[in-house]
Structures are given as structure tokens and as C-alpha cells.
Design a binder for this molecule. Structure first.
Ligand code: ADP
Length: 165
């Protein structure tokens, strides 16, 4: 049987414990999981793509079937190129649902062989997003329980540098 490969796409600016929870759960189900960082997103990122990939790799070393990669263009084309038949997305609040339904529907139209699978957030992370983490870290508060320790250190470095006169 061919390998079951899943893609966890997103901005990961930066990766949080909420992301990691979804990645770990996907890694327990699929043979291979590719964490795919979207390039050229319209959002102005805090971390560049290489920094985001390095952080993802640093915090997934305990998951041998997880790799990180960057992609541009259409996700379904990237999925086909990587021979991944499944896109895994996390769902937090109801507010995620409408947007995710739109994206999943258009992706299905573009390539009906690629399935989108949703995983409910772990309730402990239902409020957690990269934006919240950046907001908290920017004002010097602790993000200790929200992100892995390597990410906390990277955020500290980023904001310390930006606070230099
Ligand atoms: P995007 O900009 O594509 O939404 P994100 O990096 O914000 O990218 O999120 C990537 C994926 O991780 C999305 O499927 C998102 O729903 C999921 N995700 C983000 N935060 C959490 C969380 N706290 N719990 C569960 N899933 C999450």
C-alpha cells in the first residue's frame, strides 16, 4: 500500500502549542506529515519563512515522520506534487468554520482527489493563535504556556531587537 501522506498548511508565524497539538495528532494517524509554510501570504509576517521552518523543525524533532517545507501557489497543486492525499486543518471556534468551509470547498473543486480533514482543537488551546502570542510577547509578558520554549526564546530575541533604539 502506498504511504498515507498529510499536509498541515498554514502561516505558522510562529508555531504555537495549538499547532503542535494538531501536528502530533496527525503524525499518529498518517505515515508522513508535511508541515507546509505558505510563502507570499498577504499578512506581513514577524518571522521570515526560513525562521519559521527552523522553529517548526526544532520543535518537532521528537516526531520522526514530520517534515517542514515551504510552498507558494495553490495548496492542492503542492499536495499533488508531494503525493499527499489529505490536508489537515485545525478548528477552534465557530468563527474558523465559515472560512475553512470555503477553502475546503474550493480545494475540492480544484482537485477532488485531495481530502480536507478537520481536527477539533484541544480545548486547552481553543483561544490560542499566533497573533495572540505575538501580542502578548510584544509587551514582554510570558508566553511560556502558549509556545514551545525555542519559540519563546525566538520571540524574546525578535522583540528585544526591535526595542533597541
Ligand atoms: P492560517 O493563516 O492558514 O490560518 P495558521 O498558522 O494560523 O495559518 O494556522 C494553521 C492551522 O493550524 C490552521 O488549520 C489553524 O486552524 C490551525 N490552528 C491554529 N491555532 C490552533 C489552535 N490553537 N488549535 C487548533 N488548531 C489551530
Amino acid at each position: 500500500m502506498s504511504k498515507r501522506i498529510a499536509i498541515c498548511p498554514g502561516s505558522f508565524d510562529p508555531i504555537t502549542n495549538g499547532h503542535l497539538d494538531i501536528i502530533e495528532r496527525a503524525a499518529a494517524i498518517f505515515d508522513e506529515v508535511i508541515v507546509a509554510v505558505l510563502e507570499n501570504s498577504s499578512k506581513a509576517p514577524l518571522f521570515d519563512v526560513e525562521e519559521r521552518l527552523t522553529l517548526i523543525r526544532d520543535v518537532t524533532t521528537h516526531l520522526p515522520n514530520v517534515t517542514a517545507d515551504a510552498f507558494g501557489g495553490l495548496l492542492v497543486e503542492y499536495a499533488a506534487k508531494r503525493e499527499a492525499a489529505t490536508i489537515v486543518r485545525g478548528l477552534r471556534a465557530v468563527s474558523d468554520f465559515e472560512y475553512e468551509l470555503q477553502i475546503a470547498s474550493i480545494n475540492k473543486k480544484l482537485n477532488e482527489d485531495v481530502e480536507t480533514l478537520f481536527m477539533m482543537t484541544n480545548s486547552q488551546y481553543s483561544f490560542l493563535s499566533s497573533s495572540i502570542v505575538k501580542e502578548v510577547a510584544k509587551y514582554g509578558a510570558s508566553v511560556n504556556e502558549l509556545v514551545p520554549q525555542q519559540v519563546e526564546a525566538a520571540l524574546r530575541r525578535k522583540y528585544e531587537t526591535s526595542r533597541q533604539p
